[in-house]
Design a protein around this ligand. Structure first.
Ligand SMILES: NC(=O)C1=CN([C@@H]2O[C@H](COP(=O)(O)OP(=O)(O)OC[C@H]3O[C@@H](n4cnc5c(N)ncnc54)[C@H](O)[C@@H]3O)[C@@H](O)[C@H]2O)C=CC1
Ligand SMILES: O=C(O)C1=N[C@H](C(=O)O)C[C@H](O)C1
Length: 487
């Protein structure tokens, strides 16, 4: 059962006389639940096209009529139970427990032995709805379970929300806001864990205040970079929005990315999807790894919905991309290269060009880049770095960049065979007019993790900018490095 046993308080204390636990009930989702739906009956499926958008637990200092803490998190439907021959969604209250576990460390909430996943998981929406108006909330179909709990006092409910309060008179709550510490930081002493577990906020759906969840939506999670970023983001404690827009085939089943379900939607539904995620996930950052042809329209779409974005996709009309993004008044990181060490090299070349313009006048430049055979465009990174060489005095056009895409040549130039499907080898060779001096710069990357990690840093960078309400601007990866993201 769900009983708050004790709350340990620390030094600066505020009396809390009641604790409210608020459970938001299903919100219709036009896109259907991201979790798996079993059963072939269409009507059944329609009935299941509901999801619990989020739960949140808020603690109120009733005496002073103010909220002192609010923890929000995902309560996406994880189970579907069969009841009386009908499938009913089960509200997985385990997430509520997760939220409680992520309360500030100096606030300890103990559970009774029987307040385990088992009993919490079996609170069904139907039982909540059917009993709530009678003044009962049933746990485990044992009807009055909560009523029997002390110190539950009573609750109010409305169709989308049930809240019940616990008479926790005499309990103490630490004053969270301390001078010099931001309220968010002080609420979350274990930042990584908190960031990992803070969940969905259906801002605007229930009229409650926006919260600080850290969600990203990745297009296309079914692409190679998209998936790599999703995995790196989950590893870094971010949450993945349960939708992705694709330009490719749309599988019926959602993707499973390290346990996170992501529903794949065709690009013809992108307005519908973005409008939904914009409303559901405040503070969400978009990540784009698609194709050069989609770069401009995607960026313009993110701006239309006022969604901050990281554009990792190379190609497209870069001039139009930057101009549009800058004029849109949106936050963005746009960079054809997210690998931070490569970006540091790129930055060094920019500094050299700025400090010593024309230093290589008369020299000859050869640029060769090798990528997996299905890369659609010339290396965006090479194009970016060539700009610095041009400033250093080298006479070179972008169409002179040599592209290597065939396996034999790649093996010959040293690409390991296991990385033919995912590598980025770049060589810049500068030779003096009389061939007596040679400079050679190389950056050879196998796999995609360096970009995925850098993308996560770019996302965290944007989230910080948003949190600080700093000027809405378009940044690049060098800005991200300057901010100290070289971890
Ligand atoms: N900035 C960086 O550090 C890096 C950039 N890239 C760039 O990222 C892009 C993607 O690379 P990969 O993941 O290897 O390619 P990929 O081919 O594996 O994935 C591209 C995905 O985009 C989807 N797509 C196509 N049109 C779309 C649209 N209009 N909306 C949504 N999705 C759409 C495709 O269906 C596909 O699943 C390329 O431009 C590549 O050069 C790749 C690695 C690092
Ligand atoms: O497509 C790739 O793989 C890569 N694309 C980016 C680019 O075009 O510069 C970055 C890196 O080269 C990998």
């Amino acid at each position: 059962m769900f009983k708050i046993n004790s709350i340990n308080a620390s030094s600066r204390k505020t009396q809390v006389t009641q604790i409210h636990i608020v459970i938001d009930l299903p919100v219709f989702s036009p896109l259907g639940p991201p979790s798996q739906i079993s059963g072939s009956n269409i009507r059944q499926k329609q009935n299941l096209r509901r999801q619990v958008s989020h739960c949140h637990i808020s603690m109120h200092n009733i005496r002073e009529k103010r909220k002192v803490q609010c923890v929000t998190g995902s309560a996406l439907m994880r189970n579907w139970n069969l009841q009386g021959g009908k499938q009913v969604p089960t509200l997985c209250l385990f997430s509520v427990r997760e939220f409680i576990e992520n309360l500030p460390q100096d606030l300890k909430v103990d559970f009774h032995e029987d307040s385990t996943r088992m009993s919490l998981q079996s609170v069904t929406l139907t039982s909540l709805v059917s009993h709530s108006h009678l003044g009962l909330i049933s746990l485990n179909s044992s009807s009055t379970a909560l009523q029997q709990q002390q110190p539950v006092k009573g609750f109010v409910c409305c169709p989308r929300r049930i809240s019940f309060s616990s008479a926790a008179g005499g309990l103490e709550w630490p004053q969270l806001k301390q001078p010099g510490i931001s309220s968010r930081a002080s609420r979350r002493p274990n930042r990584n864990v908190a960031e990992r577990n803070l969940g969905i906020r259906a801002a605007g759906m229930d009229g409650s205040e926006p919260s600080s969840e850290k969600y990203i939506m990745i297009n296309d999670c079914n692409g190679r970079m998209g998936r790599a970023v999703a995995e790196a983001a989950i590893g870094a404690g971010l949450k993945i929005a349960p939708y992705t827009i694709t330009g490719g085939p749309v599988p019926e089943e959602p993707l499973d990315i390290l346990g996170s379900k992501v529903k794949v939607c065709g690009k013809e539904r992108r307005d519908e999807v973005l409008d939904l995620v914009r409303k559901q996930y405040s503070g969400l950052v978009m990540v784009d790894y698609t194709v050069p042809d989609a770069v401009n329209e995607n960026a313009e779409l993110y701006c239309k919905y006022n969604l901050p974005f990281v554009m990792g996709t190379s190609g497209g009309d870069r001039e139009r991309l930057l101009t549009f993004a800058r004029s849109s008044g949106n936050y963005a990181v746009i960079a054809p290269q997210m690998g931070k060490q490569v970006v540091a090299f790129q930055a060094a070349m920019e500094i050299m060009a700025k400090e010593f313009p024309g230093a290589f006048s008369g020299y000859k430049l050869e640029v060769t880049e090798s990528h997996q055979s299905n890369k659609l465009d010339t290396s965006g990174t090479a194009k970016e770095i060539v700009k610095s060489f041009q400033k250093l005095g080298l006479d070179f056009n972008l169409d002179q960049i040599g592209m290597v895409r065939d396996a034999d040549s790649q093996i010959a130039m040293g690409v390991p065979s296991e990385h033919l499907g995912g590598h980025a080898f770049h060589t810049y060779r500068l030779t003096s007019p009389d061939n007596t001096v040679e400079f050679k710069f190389e950056h050879n990357v196998c796999g995609r993790s360096i970009y995925a990690q850098g993308t996560v840093d770019a996302v965290l960078f944007l989230m910080k900018k948003i949190e600080e309400k700093s000027e809405k601007k378009v940044f690049n990866m060098i800005d991200v490095l300057h901010e100290g993201a070289m971890r």
